[in-house]
Each structure stands twice: as structure tokens, then as C-alpha cells.
Design a protein around this ligand. Structure first.
Ligand SMILES: *[C@@H]1O[C@H](CO)[C@@H](O)[C@H](O)[C@H]1NC(C)=O
Ligand SMILES: *[C@@H]1O[C@H](CO)[C@@H](O)[C@H](O)[C@H]1NC(C)=O
Length: 478
């Protein structure tokens, strides 16, 4: 018995690259979802979810060692003197999904808690990011062209400053498993998005310790030299006050960038990178309908509702080019078309080729969407297949004011088109405040359906006469 363990540790020590820890067994929570060909013709898939690697405990890979490679927002100088050595020395461990991270999958739903104080953690966990898997080593990939993606969401407990985001990115299906990344999708590696995030601890089997600057505001995060870029389709970014859906063109697979050349949130030149960090967003409030979405509004965010997103192509086939992204909501059995934009010169109720030119002009926004390839580039990324991300986050850079506030940029006149995003105060959403005041916030995603256009929901709005007939029936005796 002892010799066997000793041999195992020798093998571990000899292995090269981002390691796998064994202190907590990694058990991926199950989450079902459906594939549909026509309304009512859906089959159930037994999916799983996995927590992103950035949230995981990273420790000395030597068998039996509990020494942290990363504590708070700094790397251990001995274990992590440089990117390559750090990846060799350090292991990602398994996750206690509910106890440590507040992520609970049940049947077809996934509930993400904002703040979770784990029994063995010194500081509470903040938010999370999970990926849908097809098996224990592979992310599910969705090819959305000429298809629709539908899910139910409960945003009722998401106040100003929080973002329950369900979206897709061009991560590798195996998480970038390689000779230097032994962890792979099983441990949630390989993330990339349109901000070319530089807060990732490992990218392509190499640590991001070189040039790492701990955050001055977040006790858990920092920014390294490297970033990971790829296209991103934000199907859903929302809280109970505001919502937006936004395509961000970019590379169809992970593209590693360096320092300010990355562009995006983490770099001084926002537009320097290979992705469009702004995207072409449709936020109903920003587009002028201020009573469409919110508590008690047309889409009543105090209750669960269904979100339908259709990815239409120029020739109505999966090999065509994306040219429109349509949105419907379904609540209490009623189909609610997306709100109509009242912005002069940028009307309609969907994200399409004209809207994504006209909206930039109407709002005097930088048109990086078309500069980075627009619909054609987005279409290429979608044709490649994208990984589904379900997350909950707060915003250390802009307090989520771009999504939900009365004015963003905050100094601008709210009467100017494009400035008002929602009803949240321009002083709201500070992580330091909401991580204390909104400890019980959560989001729940459920009932995911994917398939042919109009197959995942009752596309025809309920007819008044039918509703009348039902209401008029004699009540059944109790
Ligand atoms: C439009 O934006 C540019 C650059 O951001 C700025 O210089 C200009 O004043 C803006 N125009 C209006 C009409 O606000
Ligand atoms: C989906 O349903 C809408 C509304 O009934 C209809 O206008 C559209 O043509 C349908 N699309 C397809 C591909 O069936």
C-alpha cells in the first residue's frame, strides 16, 4: 500500500504542466436540457456543468501538500517564479459546488448564489461561472445559426449592480487540454471572451504570473500580462432592472494577447485587440422603452419568464450568414415580442445589420462592431460551435452602470440618446457595497431548449377568444 502511494506521487511530480489536485473529488453536477425539432417534439439531454478554473483552489501539486500557489490576489513566489514553472508546480483542485461556490444544479435548473461563505474558506466566494458539458471531459458546443436558444430565468433576486449572464464563447471543447494543461474541461479551463480577460490565472497551460498586478479593489483578483480573446454572444446579461443581448465579433478560437494589445476592459486602449469589446447591444430601456422590462412591467421581472433568442441567416439555412438576432419573451403563457426601439434612426425590435450600423450613429458610439467584422465575423464564430456559459458577477470596473444605470457615462446628460440604461442610481453597483448588502442575491437558469426556429416555444400568441372560452368554463367543484 505505501509503496503504491509513493509511486503515484513520483508520477505526479514527473508530470509536466497545469496539474490536477486530488484533495476534493471533482463531481460535475447534472443538468438536463432539451433538443427540439418542433413544438412539443423535444428530447432530453443528460448534461453536466463544470466550474471555471479561475474560481478553484490552486495549490502545490506535490502529493499531500496543501500549500497555496495563489492566496487572495497574489501568487506564491517560490512555487510560481514564472509562467511555465508555476504551471508545472501547481494543481487545480475539485470543487464543492454548493458548499463553497453556491452553485446548485437540480433537474433542469442551475441556481447561482452571489455570496457563499464556505465552511473552510477564509473569505466568502463571490459569484461564479459554469459551463455546460456533454460528458465529464468535454464542453457542449452549440451551432446556433438558423436555430433558437430558449431558457427560463429568475432574476427577481438580482438588484442593481449584479449581472446574471447566460452567453456563448468560442472556447475549445476540451478546455485546451494539452501536454502543459492536464486539467482541461473537467476542471473548467480554456476560458476566453470579447474583453480578452487578463484576470485569468492560467491560459493555454501556462500561468499568467508574469507581470501580475493584484487588484487594488478586489481581494480575489488581479491582472496579468496575457489575455484570452474570442468571439462572444451575450444571449442574456441582466438583473431585475435591465437586460441586454449583444453579439461581440472576434476570433473563432482562443487567441492569446499581450498587455495593452489585448484591448477590452483590462487594457488602456479598449479597441486595440482582435475582438469587439462593446458589441451591438439591444437593451430595451436604452432603446427607449422604459416600461417594458422590470418589476411589474410588461416582462415582469418579479416572476420567472422564458427568453427566446433566434439566430436567423440570410438564406434561412444553417450554412447561411447570420443577419438578424430576434428576441421573444414568454410569461404566464403569453408570447411577448421584444420591445420596439424608439430611437430616431435606429428603430425595429431586433439586432440586425441595419440596426448595428444605425444604433452606433444614433448613440455616437465607436462602431467597433463593424470594424471587427460585424455579422460576417460573428457568423464564422457561430459556425465553429460555441460553449454555453452561465454566470453571476459584479463589476469592479464600471459597477454594471453600462447595463442598468440612469446615465452611463455617468457625467453625460440622461436625455441624450443611448445614455440612460435603466433606473439604477449612478452611485449604485459598487462591489464593496453590494457584496455586503446583497448577500442573498441569486439567479436561476432552467428549462434550456435548443433547436429549429419556432420549435422551443408556442410561437403563436394565445388567442383572446380561446382565453375567453377557457375563462368562461364552469368551475370544477372542489
Ligand atoms: C461623438 O463622440 C466623439 C468622440 O467620442 C466626440 O468627440 C464628439 O463630441 C461626440 N459628438 C456628439 C455630438 O456628442
Ligand atoms: C416563426 O413564427 C413566426 C411567428 O408566428 C413567423 O413569423 C415565422 O415565419 C416563423 N418562422 C419559421 C422559420 O417558421
Amino acid at each position: 500500500m505505501y509503496s503504491k502511494i509513493a509511486l503515484a506521487s513520483v508520477l505526479f511530480a514527473a508530470a509536466k504542466g497545469q496539474q490536477v489536485g486530488t484533495n476534493t473529488a471533482e463531481v460535475h453536477p447534472s443538468m438536463t436540457w432539451e433538443t427540439c425539432t418542433a413544438p412539443g417534439a423535444c428530447t432530453t439531454n443528460n448534461g453536466k456543468v463544470v466550474l471555471d478554473s479561475n474560481w478553484r483552489w490552486v495549490h502545490d501539486a506535490k502529493s499531500g501538500s496543501y500549500t497555496n500557489c495563489y492566496t487572495g490576489n497574489t501568487w506564491d513566489a517560490t512555487l510560481c517564479p514564472d509562467d511555465a514553472t508555476c504551471a508545472t508546480n501547481c494543481a487545480l483542485d475539485g470543487a464543492d459546488y454548493t458548499g463553497t461556490y453556491g452553485a446548485t444544479a437540480t433537474g433542469n435548473s442551475l441556481k447561482l448564489d452571489f455570496i457563499t461563505q464556505g465552511a473552510s474558506s477564509t473569505t466568502p466566494n463571490v459569484g461564479s461561472r459554469l459551463y455546460l458539458m456533454s460528458d465529464d471531459k468535454t464542453y457542449e458546443t452549440f451551432k446556433v445559426l438558423n436555430q433558437e436558444f430558449t431558457f427560463d430565468v429568475d432574476v427577481s433576486q438580482l438588484p442593481c449592480g449584479l449581472n446574471g449572464a447566460l452567453y456563448m464563447v468560442n472556447m475549445a471543447a476540451d478546455g485546451g487540454l494539452s501536454s502543459t494543461n492536464k486539467a482541461g474541461a473537467a476542471y473548467g479551463t480554456g476560458y476566453c471572451d470579447a474583453q480578452c480577460p487578463r484576470d485569468l490565472k492560467f491560459i493555454e497551460g501556462s500561468a499568467n504570473v508574469d507581470g501580475w498586478t493584484p487588484s487594488s479593489t478586489s481581494v480575489n483578483s488581479g491582472v496579468g500580462t496575457k489575455g484570452a480573446c474570442c468571439a462572444e454572444m451575450d444571449i442574456w446579461e441582466a438583473n431585475s432592472i435591465s437586460t441586454a443581448y449583444t453579439p461581440h465579433p472576434g476570433p473563432s478560437s482562443i487567441d492569446v494577447c499581450t498587455s495593452d494589445q489585448c484591448g477590452g476592459t483590462y487594457s488602456s486602449d479598449r479597441y486595440a485587440g482582435t475582438t469587439d469589446p462593446d458589441g451591438c447591444d439591444f437593451n430595451s430601456y436604452r432603446q427607449g422603452d422604459k416600461t417594458f422590462y422590470g418589476p411589474g412591467e410588461t416582462v415582469d421581472t418579479s416572476k420567472v419568464f422564458t427568453v427566446v433568442t433566434q439566430f436567423l441567416t440570410d438564406d434561412g439555412t444553417a450554412t447561411g450568414t447570420l443577419n438578424e438576432i430576434k428576441r421573444f419573451y414568454v410569461q404566464d403563457g403569453t408570447v411577448i415580442p421584444n420591445s420596439e426601439s424608439t430611437v430616431a434612426g435606429a428603430g425595429g425590435n431586433s439586432v440586425n445589420v441595419d440596426f448595428c450600423k444605425n444604433q452606433k450613429i444614433a448613440f455616437n458610439d465607436t462602431d467597433d462592431f463593424n470594424a471587427k467584422g460585424g455579422f460576417a465575423k460573428m457568423s464564422t464564430a457561430m459556425a465553429e460551435g460555441m460553449v454555453l456559459v452561465m454566470s453571476l458577477w459584479d463589476d469592479y470596473y464600471a459597477q454594471m452602470l453600462w447595463l442598468d444605470s440612469e446615465a452611463y457615462p455617468v457625467a453625460s446628460d440622461p436625455a441624450t440618446p443611448g445614455i440612460a440604461r435603466g433606473t439604477c442610481a449612478t452611485t449604485s453597483g459598487s462591489p464593496a457595497t453590494i457584496e455586503t448588502s446583497e448577500k442573498s442575491a441569486y439567479v436561476t437558469y432552467s428549462n434550456i431548449k435548443f433547436g429549429a426556429i419556432n420549435s422551443t416555444f408556442a410561437a403563436t400568441p394565445a388567442k383572446r377568444s380561446m382565453l375567453g372560452a377557457t375563462a368562461g368554463r364552469p368551475q370544477r367543484a372542489a
